[in-house]
Ligand binder design. Structure first.
Ligand code: UD1
Length: 427
């Protein structure tokens, strides 16, 4: 297993370009299952989850081609959908594999997807995806760890009114895709409003789908009998951009972040501003962040978009360890998403956890040690802590970070960080 070695204390200076959003690319790739015609995607990030999704779609009989490796361009052609099976070996490494369920059952009337199972940040069930598909006429059963969804008598899904009990991002995306090919009108209430959902709507419209309500909690979808091919460029990754904002601030550096969309980061920018970080929006795709000698503790609670993203919570916690005073961090989206806190404490952070709240007292002098990544965003929090810690930090299990951060070592090194990947050292 690879590890990262970081020697902290160097301010980051220069420019960093943000890649395409992983959480947008995954549903957009799955959307290719809805049509026999090719879907071409640009600005796809070069991260492990994309490779996993490509393998999964190929397993389901789609032809996936990229121009070169690593490539940011993918063409996916699901001419026929012979084998709508998502096997455990692939699903277990990436929960977002569930995104193939809606399109597959809508297109072929049948899908067979491994249950994702638990993961490090809580139980993360898919009951809301399934309840919605059942309302649309699918019969869903589980056997031997697999979900079987089928429309009786080889028919098509039917439009329905679905009010999600809880806001779910991939749930909204799954049902949005399914409803695009259903018979009749579907009205989805209490939908996720994340920019990645809106990006999916933009691709589906290019494919011929009829969807209203983008950016609002209520989406109305008029099902069509067939969708066609399209070309689309993925939006920038707002979590990668937010992580670099914190990297510039925490190292007392000066970073210009290009190819991003500051409008998608309003809550993060507002929170960083409260914590004393100067963030300048240079234009529609560029931001500049500088370090501040006066970082101050500021409370933060994660919320669905447009609130502060749970995927930025670990990174914000790293910053809070360096701020003067107390920061109370509330996590409302996932249970058990403070696993990075105990590793930061081993580095010298002063954090106490009380259920869904973490109380961070700063500033703490962090010192490098061996730490373990527990999930994708927790790893990013540990990298940030390592960048500011005195001495050497070794981060183990960085396969988590490789799932979703494009060339993070190379990008950080290019702006002055002392970080390297140690290949294949068994743990
Ligand atoms: C997506 C993102 C992930 C992000 C999360 C929250 C992708 C590929 N992943 O994950 O990076 O952290 O949104 O912004 O886009 N829930 C249920 N039943 C369901 C579905 C969800 O109870 O059927 C619960 C979950 O356990 C969780 C909450 O709803 O507590 C939100 O989860 P959800 O929005 O579905 O997260 P994901 O779509 O898996």
């Amino acid at each position: 297993m690879d590890k990262f070695r970081i020697r902290g204390g160097k301010p980051l200076h220069g420019k960093v370009a943000i890649g395409g959003a992983k959480n947008s690319a995954l549903p957009l790739m799955a959307a290719a299952l809805l049509t026999p015609e090719p879907i071409t995607l640009h600005n796809v990030p070069t991260v492990r989850d994309i490779v996993t999704m490509a393998k999964l779609l190929a397993f389901m009989s789609a032809r996936v081609s990229t121009q070169d490796i690593p490539s940011t361009h993918y063409t996916i052609e699901a001419a026929s959908l012979n084998d709508a099976v998502a096997p455990y070996e692939l699903v277990k490494t990436m929960r977002a594999s569930i995104l193939t369920l809606g399109p597959a059952v809508a297109r072929s009337g049948y899908a067979h997807v491994s249950l994702p199972g638990g993961c490090a940040i809580g139980a993360r069930p898919v009951d809301l995806h399934l309840a919605a598909l059942e309302k649309m006429g699918a019969e869903v059963t589980t056997e031997h760890g697999y979900l079987f969804a089928r429309v009786p008598k080889g028919g098509r899904l039917k439009g329905a009114n679905v009010a999600f009990e809880k806001i779910t991002v991939t749930g909204t995306e799954n049902i949005l895709m399914a409803a695009s090919l259903a018979d009749g009108v579907t009205v989805l209430e209490n939908c996720a409003r994340e920019p990645e959902v809106t990006d999916l709507i933009h691709l589906l419209r290019k494919m011929g789908a009829q969807i209203e309500g983008e950016g609002t909690p209520v989406l109305t979808i008029r099902g069509v009998s067939a969708l066609h091919g399209a070309t689309h460029s993925i939006i920038p990754d707002r979590i990668e951009a937010g992580t670099f904002l914190v990297a510039g601030a925490i190292t007392n550096g000066d970073l210009t972040i290009t190819n991003c969309n500051p409008a998608h980061l309003s809550a993060v920018i507002a929170q960083l501003t409260r914590a004393g970080v100067p963030v300048e929006i240079c234009d529609a795709t560029t931001m500049r962040v500088r370090g501040s000698k006066n970082l101050v503790g500021a409370d933060m609670t994660t919320q669905e978009y447009p609130g502060f993203a749970t995927d930025m919570q670990a990174q914000y916690m790293a910053l809070a360890t360096q701020a003067q005073g107390t920061s109370v961090i509330g996590e409302t989206i996932f249970e058990n998403r403070f696993l990075h806190a105990s590793e930061m404490m081993r580095m010298g952070a002063n954090i106490s956890i009380d259920g869904h709240r973490a109380v961070v007292h700063g500033p703490a002098k962090l010192s490098g040690t061996m730490v373990q990544a527990s999930d994708l965003r927790a790893s990013a929090g540990l990298v940030l802590a390592g960048l500011v810690a005195e001495g050497e930090t070794i981060i183990d299990r960085v396969y988590h970070i490789d799932r979703g951060y494009e060339q993070i070592v190379e990008k950080l090194r290019a702006v002055g960080a002392n970080i390297e990947r140690i290949h294949g050292v068994s743990s």
